[in-house]
Design a protein around this ligand. Structure first.
Ligand SMILES: N[C@@H](CCC(=O)N[C@@H](CS)C(=O)NCC(=O)O)C(=O)O
Length: 266
């Protein structure tokens, strides 16, 4: 678990729970959802990746990978959304959201890890391609190359600027379908992903499926997933963590809207 005690006095001084997050980031949403399910008090530090907030020195001192989110708990920094979920479950046990039985725990970990590990090849390229979302402008790339030690992330943002190929988008669509089909299999038999009880696996996957749905990913073959999505969405904690749906436009329509907003912002 990537936790470390910060050497930065300003970060060390942070008491309680502080979440550095972004509004529409699926990785941030799952952490907010868990914080709210546990009814924890947390301080919000909202970042806007399109304004390169995550490349600011102050944030890089918290998370040198620049990725959002990061949690600071009494000066201890936890990064990677899946690890933040595990950390919160370990430190704030009530209400319990992880199974006790070993087999179910392994299953839960598999779902949670898959939500995070599949992100760069499933939701992320599809979402960036369909909405034309760019978090980096050409003039940001030089600085990003200098700061970002992960070549895959640099390559991703460069591809996003250059435009994803049809093959890349088709590959992401296929991977999203494969995961949704797997979820559909489980959710046809049981109301929740693991052990018949709402928990970390559902919390990890909810934002990914929500964003796919909001952006018009074809979901008609997955009625059980859609039912599950609506049930999680109606939880009070989801209301607090996500707010009212920020948009409900298919990606192709959202694209010109995002472009227009960016152009107006200059
Ligand atoms: N594996 C990471 C992925 C986090 C991630 O990709 N965050 C996105 C927002 S959802 C981000 O930081 N994007 C900004 C960037 O890449 O510069 C996690 O689960 O925390």
């Amino acid at each position: 678990m990537p936790t470390r005690t910060s050497t930065e006095p300003s970060v060390q001084a942070l008491t309680g729970l502080h979440l550095y997050h972004a509004k529409l980031s699926n990785s941030s949403m799952r952490v907010r959802l868990l914080l709210e399910e546990k009814r924890l008090a947390w301080a919000s530090h909202l970042l806007d990746a399109t304004k390169q907030d995550n490349l600011a020195e102050s944030y890089l001192r918290i998370n040198p990978t620049s990725l959002i989110p990061a949690l600071v708990h009494d000066g201890v920094v936890v990064t990677e959304s899946s690890d933040i979920l595990y950390y919160l479950e370990e430190h704030f046990a009530e209400p319990r959201l992880a199974p006790v039985e070993e087999g179910e725990r392994a299953e839960m970990r598999e779902w949670v890890d898959l939500a995070a590990s599949s992100h760069p090849t499933t939701l992320k390229p599809w979402m960036y391609a369909i909405t034309g979302t760019l978090t980096k402008r050409p003039e940001d790339m030089e600085r990003y190359r200098e700061l970002q030690s992960d070549p895959d992330l640099v390559a991703f943002h460069q591809r996003s600027l250059d435009g994803f190929s049809d093959e890349e988008v088709a590959d992401a669509v296929e991977r999203n379908h494969a995961i949704l089909a797997r979820m559909e299999g489980g959710l046809t038999e049981a109301p929740w992903l693991v052990g018949g009880v709402y928990g970390l696996a559902d919390i990890a996957w909810f934002p990914n499926v929500l964003l796919l749905d909001l952006l018009g990913f074809p979901m008609s073959d997955y009625p059980a997933v859609r039912r599950w999505l609506a049930v999680v969405r109606s939880r009070p904690a989801a209301g607090r963590a996500i707010g009212s749906s920020p948009f409900r436009l298919p990606g192709w329509l959202l694209r010109p809207v995002i472009r227009l907003r960016k152009a107006l912002r200059g």
